[in-house]
Design a protein around this ligand. Structure first.
Ligand code: GDP
Length: 328
């Protein structure tokens, strides 16, 4: 099954929570639509977060769309939590940048965009809140071009094929009868290079544009790259006695003994969990590229690499500022 590890990047209030909810609803991961800021938002992880009405803690949820598995990694939008943003950016392969069609590109959206540039995260754009009075797609697209610098290509607009043909030889070769497959491949390659950004628009609130957004995630954002070596995984979040882990190589099996490269101790992985919006499912194994939650390791901290004890590898130096969190 094809896999996408993506995050939703946004200025606070642009609609990240609403987009996430509608995505989970559209993919069938939730049966009931939560109301934002009423304490039932599915990605909110604890009461502090609910109380503050902003997404502080990064967590990951899995959903499925037209045969693809999408792991949605929650990236905090608030500027105070930029360490956490950076940590979650490390485990993403692609992102959806959400803008408010009235507010356009705000200073904080610019800051998040630059960080994603630094980590080389390919992006597509969702211009949200198109239902609001004063919503201006053209002005937002122009601001993206001027302030963030990729060439924005609005899906569905006349002239799209010509714009792609200017930048991709395969499309130029087939012009004017360009097959959808060629156009898609070209857009994916241009998205990966960061040269262009595909732009979609809609209203999460009114459930408009969400299915097209999911199609675009699968079409234009990349699959994880996996390394052919024994198991290694990076812990990018510890919450509620659970370590969220991105598997970079090999296979992790339930019951495996792994090395915590920060403490130097070996630990047993007692459970591997697939986190869905409204339930957790026990699974027996996690393959390279996937994002799962594990329990068992007794004191694991964010930034730690768990690895096959016979072939240890440190994916990221442990942070010196993070407290050790016990997940016993
Ligand atoms: P976040 O801070 O980026 O997570 O944004 P939220 O999803 O919490 O949305 C912020 C506010 O904008 C909330 O009051 C939402 O109900 C509202 N909102 C989100 N999406 C839309 C939309 O498409 N149209 C309109 N009119 N409001 C929206």
């Amino acid at each position: 099954m094809t896999l996408r590890n993506i995050g939703i990047l946004a200025h606070v209030d642009a609609g990240k929570t609403t987009v996430t909810e509608r995505v989970l609803f559209a993919t069938g991961a939730t049966y009931k639509q939560g109301e934002v800021h009423h304490g039932t938002t599915v990605t909110d992880f604890d009461s502090q977060e609910r109380d503050r009405g902003i997404t502080i803690f990064a967590a990951a949820v899995t959903c499925h769309w037209r045969g693809a598995q999408i792991n949605l990694i929650d990236t905090p939008g608030h500027v105070d939590f930029s360490d956490e943003v950076e940590r979650s950016l490390r485990v993403l392969d692609g992102a959806v940048a959400v803008f408010d069609a009235v507010a356009g590109v705000e200073p904080q959206s610019e800051a998040v965009w630059r960080r994603a540039d630094r980590y080389g995260v390919p992006r597509i754009v969702f211009v949200n809140k198109m239902d609001r009075p004063g919503a201006d797609l053209d002005a937002t697209v122009e601001a993206i071009r001027r302030r963030l610098h990729p060439v924005p290509l609005v899906l569905g607009r006349p002239g799209l094929v010509e714009q792609v043909a200017e930048r991709h030889p395969d499309v130029l070769d087939e012009y004017p009868h360009v097959s959808p497959a060629t156009l898609q491949r070209a857009l994916r390659e241009l998205t990966l290079s960061g040269e262009v950004v595909v732009v979609l628009s809609g209203s999460a609130y009114r459930n408009q544009g969400i299915e097209a957004l999911l199609d675009a995630v699968v079409a234009y954002l990349p699959e994880p790259r996996v390394e052919a070596r024994p198991f290694s995984g990076l812990v990018f979040k510890v919450a509620e006695r659970t370590a969220f882990l991105r598997v970079y190589s090999g296979t992790l099996r339930k019951g495996d003994t792994v090395l915590d490269t920060t403490t130097g101790k070996t630990e047993r992985v007692s459970r591997i969990l697939r986190i869905q919006a409204d339930r957790h499912t026990d699974i027996d194994r996690a393959e390279a590229g996937d994002i799962v939650a594990v329990t068992g390791p007794k004191s694991v901290r964010t930034g730690t690499t768990l690895a096959d004890p016979a072939a240890p590898l440190v994916l990221e130096p442990p942070s010196t500022t993070e407290p050790v969190v016990s997940v016993a």
